[in-house]
Design a protein around this ligand. Sequence first.
Ligand code: HEM
Length: 535
Amino acid sequence: METSQDVYSEILYSTVKFRVTGTQLIFYAVIFLVLVLLIKIKLNTIRYEKFAAKISGPPAYPIIGSLLEFIRTPKELTKHLTEICETYGPEPFKIWFGCSLAVILTKPEDIQAILTSPNALEKAYMYKCLKVGVGEGLVTAPVEKWKKQRRMLTPAFCSDNMKKLFFPTVKEKTDILIKNLNKEVGNTQPFNMLEYISDAVFSTLTQTTIGFNLDVVSKQGTDLKQSVLKAMQLVAVRAYSPWLYPEIIYSIYCKFTGYESVFKQLHTLPVYMIRKAKEQRKMGDKPVIVNDDNDSVENKKKRLKVFLDILLELREAGENLTDEDIKYQLATILSTGYESTTITVSFCLLLLAMHQDIQDKVYDEIYSVFGDSDEECTIDNINKLVYLKQVFRETLRLFPPAPVILRELQSDVQIFSGNYMIPKGTTCIIAPMNTHHRPELYPNHRSFNPDNFSPENIAKRHKYSFIPFSGGPRGCIGEKYATMNMTVILATVVRNFSLHTDMKLSDVKLKIDLAARSAQGYPVTIRPRNRRKTT
Ligand code: HEM
């Protein structure tokens, strides 16, 4: 018979046993917490799973989703993503990034539904990587802040303002470009066109944005240009390395690697120019606007109005803009405008070098507008270069510089395909190249055919089948500026030189990080033109 002594020993034994297994207690607690976490994740993902079950996508596993598919070098990743898109597109398809759902959209109708939806204006988490360089400027600002900024800045980017900011500067910059390119005449070895174009684009951008007449070979010039490039590379490293996403880890990484100074360098010149412009305004030295090419020489010599002045004027008119906000807007414009324009112009010149017949047609058009004269580019004469615009649109179709546009849905959004309702919180991925290379939209989609952008062919296609500048309310605010700049640079180069290369379109390999560029550079040789029609 069991005595009370035995019962006591049993209890004591079990307590001792319980004490002995204290580590097990921790183990059970961890298991419990993990279970709670898993249940929470499951509850959070149920509504995504319901939608995800309706569409296809690469294999996904619990918790990690399809992440294994993406552990590759950037080069392999690009190839793999293309294969995935070919396998599952053009219908909307899913990718599980861990427990987060992303939907890849290729059809113009679906892209339009997302880019024009008021519930798809938020940028995806990855854009946070940019904040270290451009703060909460237009590209990265959360929706509510972005709405105010966009309303405030849109008039500054209107054609009229762009024209006034741009044309007084552009002649000087293109003259320098032609002088520099002349050094390559007679050289039988191909050179990388991008090196020349990048200087012209960057110095035009800094002059029109912060009013700094940048000599790109000066120390300040190279420092700023290098800091923009380096900052973008560092942001790309982070974007492709999710372990660097947490702010604290990234700031430690930047401190240890000395990269912190790159972002400081990016802001040095804009901060200096803000201070200088403020002092000048205090002293009553307001910038002038050159209204047209016939404006007085005296007026042309004065300090020209630039984008920074527009921001300061907005502040004086009562807009809530701190020096910090202005600094970040300027850094945003320098970073977003520079590489995209440089890559597009370089690609366009390389493609013209590959396609002599198209280059002749472009030159003949330029000749029909300018003849033998040394007439400067103006808004009126560049507007007549209709075929040239078709050519750079076709360049942007084949090689859009922005590899992806990412949006996070703030509410459920209905798309065209299957009338699907994509749930709130999903990341929508739009890859312009994916859409631009659909054979049903562009027959012979792998060749360079500017006729794709003849008015008749444009009319036949959906508006969102061409999206290098994104679209809708959060599309590129600098499209007009970029178009003007690209037209002037391209017209000036082709007017002065013929371009040649041994490279073929099929040789082009892309290197993709924050932008998609040619991995082999843009190798061309040039010969002077003798200013007469080609035929
Ligand atoms: C060929 C030249 C260019 C291309 C292909 C291009 C393309 C784009 C794209 C695709 C976006 C949307 C990004 C996204 O949603 O993730 C964008 C936004 C933007 N771009 Fe451009 N861009 C070009 C030139 C420029 C220039 C020259 C400027 C400035 C002068 C500029 C300023 C901006 C700004 C500020 C935004 C953010 C707009 C917003 O969120 O409201 N871009 N651009």
